[in-house]
Design a protein around this ligand. Structure first.
Ligand code: NAP
Length: 538
């Protein structure tokens, strides 16, 4: 069984990797160093993954920059300087380009090459990978590095194709190779602009557009709990301190639940006095980064009472920042508790709603009926717009895999196997799909993580597995059915012990492993130490 044109022998590799973002780049480097022949197919025109595609103004990460970069190369750590505590997208893309140049990664990456299908051949235990251009390549192993948030999602709204003005999805922002960070410089000055969506992307782009738009209409279905990012430049003194403390930085990350620099407070909110609670909340709200969620009382993500206390505090802070009390209530989430959806970190996000040029359109009161030639029509009125921006997110985690026709043993489609939700072993392998490894796949510890930290763990674990197989002359690895069933159940149980399932978002237990990175890593290590217990190897 094979797909498309049979490849010539020169086109057969040990490993094919799909995607040249942070995971694919490191996996390529690691396997190449270990002597495997590797080919990477990347849909984009260059390296960078998320940072290649998401070029919208305001795009940046919420991890401390120095906890985000790769840790594997001391030379790279010495060479690269982050300029801000939370680097903007152009800088991160420059960093990834430096990595690609420094380690000569591009020579094994084929760009502008979207994978259409991948089919397992039971006779030779190889994967046949076909691109959209009809070409086909084979390899013994297939590794997906497609990213958990890489399949942009348009909203389910009628008429999007009718709109006559300029329109962009944040994750498909137009590129200009000569522009700022490769971003096309789009002028918002004097324009009437609509943004649909108020997740992390929407919040970031709204902050920027509000600075110059003539009028900005924010079409909000549900508000999120946003909190201050408190970004700033890294001083020379801080730069020296960071460079000297990389081992401690990465060590702290490795010990924390989500591999961030923020460690939880050991106290319970429900057992702490109101004054002491306020003192911690005030401190965290004023501090940079994700501490407000991750360095908070350790019960806020597991105990509804503790969560309600934290939510009420953040609600009050939002009220303090919005001049119009009724508008403040529209911006305060009522359908989920603080932290149960991804907390967008912001810079003056709430203050933009005090500006005359910004209007909130609350879609719970006046839903969108359709997009029209002129703009957006709600049940109340038609908003004429010069530009419409979709900040409507992604088909998360499984989305990028489901967009490829992946077929395993007996021609079974991965999409069909996962029709009722993903089933995996360690979020890295799937029964019925031998020799296929999913970096940052569903159920993987890397999805609820300061992602490069977990990418390194995933990549190194997979690399060791391949070395083990090569050393032991093994050609086939597949998750055992019972190991997969146990892991899938464990993932659901771990989520059920948190408040994540109480919110409707991509950030749910079905997509990610909520047991914490240290436990995830320990489990992966234990499996490897026990000769890859739970895998069928032959
Ligand atoms: P998202 O969190 O899924 O948000 C999508 C937004 O679009 C939501 O506000 C959603 O409303 C809205 N929406 C979807 N369909 C709609 C419709 N038909 N009508 C009206 N509104 C609609 O997507 P995202 O903002 O792109 O963020 C996704 C993830 O990417 C984040 O959680 C984060 O992990 C990552 N990210 C990170 C950063 C960063 O590091 N700072 C920045 C951007 C993104 P509802 O809430 O009502 O569904």
């Amino acid at each position: 069984m094979s797909t498309g044109t049979e490849p010539t022998s020169a086109e057969i590799f040990d490993v094919i990797i799909i995607g040249a973002g942070i995971a694919g780049m490191y996996q390529l480097l690691k396997l190449r160093e270990l002597g495997f022949s590797v080919k990477v197919f990347e849909a984009g025109g260059d390296v960078g993954g998320t940072w290649y595609w998401n070029r919208y103004p305001g795009c940046r990460f919420d991890s401390e920059s120095y906890s985000y970069g790769y840790s594997f190369s001391q030379e790279l750590l010495d060479e690269w300087q982050w300029s801000e505590h939370f680097a903007p997208q152009p800088e991160t893309l420059r960093y990834l380009n430096l990595v690609a140049d420094k380690f000569d990664l591009r020579s094994d990456i084929q760009f502008d090459s979207r994978v259409k299908s991948a089919t397992f051949n039971e006779d030779n235990t190889q994967w046949a990978v076909a691109l959209e251009d009809g070409s086909c390549t084979r390899a013994q192993f297939l590794i997906s590095a497609t990213g958990p948030l890489s399949a942009p999602q348009m909203p389910n709204i009628a008429g999007t194709e009718d709109y006559q003005g300029e329109s962009f999805h944040t994750a498909l922002w137009p590129r200009d190779p000569d522009g700022f960070g490769g971003r096309k410089d789009i002028d918002f000055t004097g324009k009437r602009i609509g943004v649909i969506g108020t997740g992390a992307s929407g919040v970031q782009v709204i902050q920027e557009i509000a600075k110059s738009a003539q009028q900005l209409f924010v079409f909000q279905r549900h508000p999120n709990w946003c909190a201050p990012l408190k970004n700033g430049p890294i001083s020379e003194k801080e730069q020296r301190e960071i460079k000297a403390s990389y081992p401690e930085i990465f060590n702290t990350c490795s010990e924390n639940f989500g591999s961030f620099l923020h460690s939880p407070d050991s106290r319970l909110a429900v057992e702490t006095s109101p004054d002491d609670r306020k003192a911690l909340f005030d401190k965290l709200y004023a501090a940079p980064g994700f501490g407000i969620a991750l360095a908070n009382f350790r019960d806020i993500m597991v105990d509804p009472k503790a969560n309600a206390i934290a939510s009420e505090y953040i609600a009050d802070r939002i009220r303090q920042r919005i001049d119009d009390p009724q508008l403040a209530e529209q911006l305060i989430p009522k359908n989920h508790g603080f932290g149960t959806r991804r907390v967008p970190l912001e810079t003056n996000y709430y203050e933009v709603y005090n500006q005359d040029n910004v209007s909130l359109v609350d879609l719970r009161e006046t839903p969108i009926e359709r997009v029209t030639e002129l703009g957006v029509a709600t049940t109340e009125q038609e908003y004429a717009l010069d530009m419409l921006i979709y900040a409507t997110g992604f088909d998360p985690v499984t989305g990028s895999l489901n967009r490829i026709d992946i077929r395993g043993i007996g021609d079974q489609k991965l999409k069909d196997k996962w029709a009722d939700g993903p089933q995996t072993y360690l979020g890295l392998q799937i029964e019925g799909f031998p020799n296929f490894l999913t970096l940052v796949g569903p159920h993987n510890g890397a999805t609820l993580c300061n992602i490069p930290r977990c990418i390194e763990q995933n990549v190194e674990w997979v690399s060791e597995l391949l070395v083990h197989m090569r050393s032991n002359k093994l050609a086939y690895v597949e998750a055992a059915k019972d190991a997969e069933a146990d892991w899938t159940e464990h993932v659901a149980e771990a989520a059920a012990r948190t408040l994540f399932p109480t919110a409707d978002s991509w950030f749910m237990g079905v997509n990610l492993y909520a047991g914490g990175v240290p436990r995830y890593k320990a489990k992966c290590d234990e499996v490897a130490a026990r000769d890859y217990e739970g895998f069928v190897l032959k």
